[in-house]
Design a protein around this ligand. Structure first.
Ligand code: CA
Length: 299
């Protein structure tokens, strides 16, 4: 079934030369992608395997149409880019040359996933687009449904072929982080007072996106753990967020959830950046939640 490129239609309506009348699942107009700016950041790429040393994953985003990433010939190859931030993404453009007359450069049947999860090499994230009717030697622009956002863009190829990507361009705009890392060492309680005085409170991690924001902040910390607003009450025997949110989404590391008095939750600086139970008197950097003023109401 054909999907409308809803977000791009909306955004493209004012772009010269684009009528906004296309309802295909693949936007043929470059305006469809150009409605948002191309994302150019200090990103990190990876792929399921390298066909050779000259076919590494970063070749898909090196600015050259003639240098391509290229995996080995196995089933279920993938390529992922870490945008080092969370973006609203409107469109992904893929160019594959046919100068080598290599039929494998036709990646019809591949899928594009976008989201904040690293699970299953990014394929656990929402689907942006199924790639159909891929054409070599021209940009293939794939629009995403509205509200697609994430840190990771993954191209997954569920066929027994190599995944070749000569140049991938991603269009979107960055989402502002709701969190702020404070690179001062404080106990959990002092960190909470600091955030309440100068920001809103300590950060709550309630879903994959807020976990991602916390991971991005924690990477820059000067301590191995970073306080967030997670606290254990031994009198009532449960974990809670200081914003009064229930602890439904969790990212505890293996055997890292300890339920003892004077314990609070922290996120790791490195590794899987899981949550850890730490003595609340330890001194760590911490993550505050920024104050977000309520939207103004015009009377
Ligand atoms: Ca390239």
């Amino acid at each position: 079934m054909k999907k409308k490129c809803r977000l791009s239609l909306m955004l493209c309506s004012g772009v010269t030369g684009f009528t906004g009348s296309e309802t295909t699942d693949q936007c043929s107009s470059t305006a469809c992608c150009n409605a948002y700016k191309e994302i150019k950041v200090d990103w990190k790429t990876s792929q399921s395997s390298d066909f050779s040393g000259e076919h590494s994953s970063e070749r898909a985003v090196d600015g050259s149409n003639n240098q391509c990433s290229h995996t080995k010939v196995t089933f279920g190859n993938w390529w992922t880019i870490d945008l080092r931030g969370v973006y609203n993404i409107s469109c992904v453009s893929i160019f594959n040359t046919n100068t080598n007359s290599n039929e494998n450069e036709n990646i019809s049947g591949a899928q594009i996933y976008i989201g904040n999860s690293r699970e299953k090499n990014g394929t656990a994230n929402p689907l942006c687009q199924n790639i159909t009717n891929f054409t070599r030697s021209k940009p293939n622009n794939f629009s995403c449904p509205a509200n697609v956002s994430g840190r990771y863009v993954t191209v997954f190829f569920p066929q027994d072929k190599p995944l070749i990507l000569c140049e991938v361009k991603i269009f979107g705009e960055i989402k502002e982080s709701p969190f702020k890392l404070i690179k001062e060492n404080k106990t959990w309680a002092d960190a909470l007072y600091y955030c309440r005085d100068r920001y809103e409170t300590l950060a709550s991690i309630v879903d994959e996106e807020t976990q991602t924001w916390a991971e991005l902040e924690a990477e820059n910390s000067s301590t191995p753990f970073v306080w967030v607003g997670l606290r254990y009450t031994c009198t009532l025997d449960f974990w809670f967020w200081v914003e009064d949110q229930p602890v439904k989404f969790t990212r505890w590391g293996p055997e890292s959830k300890k339920e003892e008095c004077n314990m609070s939750g922290a996120i790791e600086k490195q590794g899987n950046q899981s949550w850890s139970t730490e003595w609340a008197d330890n001194n760590y950097n911490f993550i505050c939640k920024k104050f977000v003023p309520p939207p103004s109401v015009s009377l």
